[in-house]
Design a protein around this ligand. Structure first.
Ligand code: HEC
Length: 227
C-alpha cells in the first residue's frame, strides 16, 4: 500500500514538473513562402552545405541525387566541388562525429532528411526556428540558445545563421537564407512530390478521355435499340 501511495505521489510530482517545463509555450509559426523552384533549391542547398552540414547529415540523400533530381539539377562539376573526397554515391554526411557532438552540444544533432516532414508546420517550422532566436526575457538562457519556436525554448543548437542579423540588410538576408534552406529541406523530405503532382495531372486527363470514350461507346451500343 505504502509503495502504491509513494508511486502515486511520485507520478503527481513528475507530471507537475513536466507541466511546468512545457508551460513555456512555443510561438505560433511564421508564414513563409516555401518554393521548390530551382533557384531557391540551389540557394538552400548552398546554405545547407556551407552551414548546416557542419553538424547535420542528410542520410537519405546522396551527392549523385543532386544531379539526378532535375528539380535541383546540379551539373557534375558543381557536385564534384561540393562533395570533395566523398564518393559520388555516398550519402551527405556531416564530418562531425557523435562523440564530438555530445561533448560540444550535449546531444547529437538530428539527421535532417525527413525533419521537415516530421515536424508540425513542416517548412514553416524550419523557417521559424532559424529566425526565432531571441534574447531570453528572463535572462536564464544564453543568447543564441533561446528559441521561441523550440519546445521549452532552450535549444542545444546555437543560432546557425546568427552571424547574419546584425543590421537591416543582414536581416533580409537572414530571412532569405532561412527560407531557401527551409525550402530545400522541404524538398529533401519528400523529393517525389513534384513528380506526383505531374503524374496526378496526367491521370486526371487520362480519366477524362476515358470517360468520353465510354460515353461514345455507350451511344454506339445503344443506337440499335428502339427507344
Ligand atoms: C554547430 C552545430 C549546428 C549547426 C551548424 C546547425 N545545427 Fe541544427 N541542431 C544542432 C543541434 C545540437 C541540435 C539539437 C537541438 C536540441 O535538441 O536541443 C539541432 C537541431 C536542429 C533541428 C531540430 C529541431 C527540433 O525540432 O528538434 C533543426 C530543424 C535544425 N537543427 C536545423 C538546422 C539548419 C537548417 C541548420 C543550417 C542553417 C543547422 N541546423 C545548423 C546543431 C547544429
Amino acid at each position: 500500500m505504502k509503495r502504491i501511495v509513494m508511486s502515486f505521489v511520485l507520478f503527481i510530482c513528475l507530471s507537475g514538473a513536466t507541466g511546468l517545463i512545457q508551460a513555456e509555450e512555443t510561438a505560433p509559426l511564421k508564414a513563409v513562402d516555401i518554393s521548390l523552384d530551382q533557384a531557391t533549391l540551389k540557394q538552400g542547398l548552398g546554405v545547407f552545405t556551407d552551414v548546416c552540414m557542419g553538424c547535420h547529415s542528410l542520410r537519405y540523400m546522396t551527392w549523385k541525387d543532386l544531379m539526378d533530381y532535375k528539380e535541383i539539377g546540379l551539373n557534375r562539376k558543381a557536385v564534384d566541388e561540393l562533395r570533395g573526397d566523398a564518393p559520388l554515391n555516398a550519402h551527405m554526411m556531416t564530418g562531425l562525429s557523435e562523440a564530438d557532438a555530445k561533448e560540444s552540444y550535449g546531444t547529437v544533432p538530428p539527421d535532417l532528411s525527413v525533419m521537415a516532414r516530421a515536424r508540425e508546420g513542416k517548412g514553416a517550422y524550419i523557417y521559424s526556428l532559424l529566425t526565432g532566436f531571441e534574447h531570453d526575457p528572463k535572462g536564464r538562457i544564453m543568447d543564441g540558445n533561446y528559441n521561441i519556436y523550440f519546445p521549452g525554448h532552450r535549444i542545444a543548437m546555437s543560432d546557425p545563421l546568427g552571424w547574419l542579423d546584425h543590421d537591416a540588410a543582414d536581416e533580409k538576408d537572414l530571412k532569405q537564407q532561412a527560407r531557401a534552406v527551409a525550402s530545400f529541406l522541404t524538398f529533401v523530405g519528400d523529393p517525389h512530390q513534384l513528380e506526383r503532382q505531374t503524374i496526378g495531372k496526367w491521370v486526371m486527363i487520362f480519366l477524362i478521355v476515358l470517360t468520353f470514350v465510354f460515353w461514345l461507346l455507350k451511344r454506339a451500343v445503344w443506337s440499335d435499340v428502339e427507344h
